[in-house]
Design a protein. Structure first.
Length: 224
């Protein structure tokens, strides 16, 4: 694990690279397994977004700072939603009507409108979350009737593959994103396509992604 000083240097370098590839792109730092003190050190020096993918870990590391925003980026169980609705500004991994209903219910209880991304499984991998393209329409319709949710975009985790194999999948994902962005609903404000991690973020940014989720490029190797 890198020191805070190294993490800050890495962050500046990676952010610069991301912006050079796509000036309007947003960098989310996948902070799984990164100690709280490292996150606090970085947030004290830079404006950052941390993305956690486990509820328990988010709760154990959560802190507030004017320069910090939290996203939830992992698979989310309905019984864990109540623990994070007051802590995160964006849930990136909504992949079922049942989950959307629970986020709606819990957000209503605290009088909050929760921004969400719908996760789409473009690669069709059984091991990964996300709705299929066929299931997307029904989920979009359900979300459009939930007044405490605001759909702001799509998210995807693509297969590990060479660029030649990834480009067609990214093009399909981008086409879906454009199609969804054209839907006119009172609680739809679609402007985020979150795709690309440490292994494929360059391909992602070249093919329409405007939000990438990077961890090891900034924090170094972590012990899973």
């Amino acid at each position: 694990m890198n020191t805070v000083e190294t993490v800050v240097e890495n962050y500046d370098r990676v952010l610069s690279e991301v912006k050079s590839l796509s000036p309007n792109a947003t960098l989310v730092l996948a902070s799984k397994m990164v100690p709280k003190e490292v996150l606090e050190g970085l947030a004290s020096r830079r404006k950052v977004i941390f993305g956690e993918n486990r509820v328990q870990e988010l709760l154990s590391k959560y802190f507030e700072s004017e320069s910090l925003t939290w996203h939830f980026i992992g698979r989310l169980q309905t019984n864990k939603v109540k623990y994070i609705v007051d802590k995160v500004s964006l849930i990136q991994s909504v992949d079922s009507v049942r989950l959307a209903e629970e986020i709606e219910k819990r957000s209503a209880q605290i009088k909050k409108t929760m921004d969400i991304l719908i996760e789409v499984n473009v690669g069709g991998e059984v091991s990964k979350g996300g709705v299929s393209e066929k299931e997307l329409e029904a989920l979009l319709d359900a979300v459009s009737h939930m007044e405490h949710l605001r759909l702001v975009g799509l998210m995807s985790v693509l297969p590990e593959a060479e660029e030649a194999a990834l480009v067609p999948l990214y093009k399909r994902l981008y086409d879906l994103y454009i199609k969804v962005a054209q839907i006119k609903k009172s609680n739809f404000d679609v402007h985020i396509l979150s795709a690309g991690m440490s292994g494929d973020y360059v391909v992602a940014l070249k093919n329409g992604s405007n939000m990438v989720r990077l961890g090891s490029k900034v924090f170094g190797a972590r012990n899973y």
